[in-house]
Design a binder for this molecule. Structure first.
Ligand code: BES
Ligand code: MN
Ligand code: MN
Length: 453
């Protein structure tokens, strides 16, 4: 059986590439309202891909972007498994792209393009894996839920799923949208951080003023926002200074931290992968706690003032900072936003604080029959135990599926740190796709047994 699965996976290379190309070449940047038409087009293309493999597909409309719903159903009485992936992508505005981010470039088994690894490649790997399991008669129904608003916090996912939840007859959900420790160490995630985004906007005058004529007396909005940001967190340690910010935090247990440390994560490899000139901590246990299970405050961008060539001696009249806070159990995004807004108001009541999306943190179980099934599948495919970890990213739909479907949610991505999530020249690779198709099939076999018994 293992031989056949491996041979099948190997045989899918050209199909995989063709499907991925179709998807990557539609610029599904969910943050950009001008891409609205591409979202619909991508949903239709994805539905066609599912149909071309013999599945059924429909498109759930929402008041935002549509959701693709695919089915490979054996019969109404078979146990079901739903896959979640997202087909929207981050903007590709980075000047470091070496080729058009929305043309798939294939080079030495690498697929380069925006969304190749996050999350179009893994979506196609899941699809091809399920197609094989379906064709060879595994007694399972397979469902696909492909979202097009994940990268903006899944604002209409609940609306779409709520309207169609009776069609999703499943015993568990499988999410492939996260990263491994390294190419040799697969990881299964049982937790994600939440996110509260915000913009801070300050206007100090109607127009810019001469900095020689007014400087010394004029308020500087950029400097004032910097003061406020520095009051919110310590850039050296990352410690958040907003009063009561940590009140609801449940720290990871020592057992969890032990597991993190044993995951095979390497601090120097991490530093090199991202090219960081330094790190806030180099202690393995402390670093893993901070990126996977501790809240943060980050500044994503500061705007205002003069950005052209040379220097322009003005006092700018406005400034804006885009920030977000990653959250962990049991922090409540709306409550944390209120803490930030109150604190900033106290520091300077003229600063306008706007919420930019709220996602609650998620922690599931890493024990139980599904986790064991996945562990066995990984061992069979790669001869190694997966690391059971939490990761620091956020996927809004996971909490919504937990709430509406109320079944175990298993998360195992196929992406690697070097694939460059959200980075220029993002890529996926055939090796990971092939290994995904294989290991997922072993997992389906395990599930078929689990649900039979
Ligand atoms: N796939 C990521 C989330 C992720 C990253 C999970 C790393 C596990 C490990 C997802 O596409 C993502 O980037 N989510 C955004 C959501 C936000 C924009 C609302 C994130 O985490 O920044
Ligand atoms: Mn993703
Ligand atoms: Mn992403």
């Amino acid at each position: 059986m293992g031989e056949d699965v491996r041979a099948y996976a190997e045989s899918q290379r050209s199909t995989f590439e063709r499907f991925l190309r179709e998807l990557v070449e539609i610029p599904t940047v969910s943050a950009d309202p001008a891409r609205k038409g591409d979202m619909q087009r991508c949903a239709e293309t994805a539905a066609e891909l599912i149909r071309s493999l013999g599945g059924q597909a429909s498109i759930w409309p929402t008041s935002g972007n549509p959701i693709v719903f695919g089915r490979f159903e054996r019969g109404p009485d078979y146990p079901g498994l739903a896959f979640y992936n997202h087909l929207d992508v981050q903007p590709a505005d980075e000047p470091e792209w070496k080729s058009d981010p929305f043309r798939l470039r294939v080079e030495d088994g690498r697929y380069i393009g925006r969304g190749a690894t996050d999350d179009k490649g893994p979506a196609v790997a899941c699809l091809l894996a399920a197609k094989y399991a379906y064709d060879r008669g595994l007694p399972l129904n397979f469902y696909f839920i492909w979202e097009l608003e994940e990268e903006i916090g899944s604002p209409h996912f609940e609306e779409g799923l709520q309207a169609h939840r009776s069609e999703v007859r499943v015993r568990s959900v499988f999410v492939s949208d996260s990263i491994w420790i390294s190419r040799d160490r697969p990881s299964v995630d049982y937790g994600l951080r939440g996110l509260q985004g915000a913009t801070l906007y300050l206007r100090t005058a109607e127009v810019d003023a001469h900095s020689g004529v007014t400087g010394g007396a004029a308020p500087n909005p950029i400097a004032e926002l910097c003061r406020i940001l520095m009051a919110c967190f310590d850039p050296g340690t990352g410690e958040v200074k907003i009063p009561h910010f940590y009140d609801d935090v449940v720290p990871p247990t020592e057992e969890e931290l032990d597991n993190f440390v044993q995951s095979g994560f390497d601090v120097e490899r991490f530093r090199k992968t991202y090219g960081f000139r330094w790190l806030r901590t180099e202690d393995l246990r402390e670093l893993l706690k901070r990126i996977w299970a501790w809240p943060t405050f980050e500044v994503h961008g500061i705007a205002g003032g003069y950005q052209g060539p040379g220097i322009k001696t003005i006092i700018p009249h406005w400034a804006e900072a885009k920030v977000s806070m990653r959250l962990v159990p049991n922090q409540v995004p709306e409550k944390v936003f209120q803490l930030l807004a109150d604190y900033v108001r106290q520091l300077n009541p003229l600063v306008e604080v706007r919420s930019h999306g709220s996602l609650a943190p998620y922690v599931g179980e890493f024990k139980g029959p599904h986790a064991d099934a996945l562990r066995r599948a990984v061992r069979r495919a790669f001869g190694i135990e997966p690391a059971f970890i939490r990761e620091g990213g956020s996927i809004g739909a996971v909490l919504t599926m937990k709430k509406l479907l109320d079944v175990p949610i298993l998360m195992m991505g196929l992406s690697l740190p070097e694939h460059g999530y959200h980075a220029p020249n993002e890529y996926f690779d055939w090796d990971q796709a092939r290994r995904g198709i294989e290991v997922f099939n072993y997992y389906f076999e395990e599930l078929a047994q689990l649900y039979r018994g």
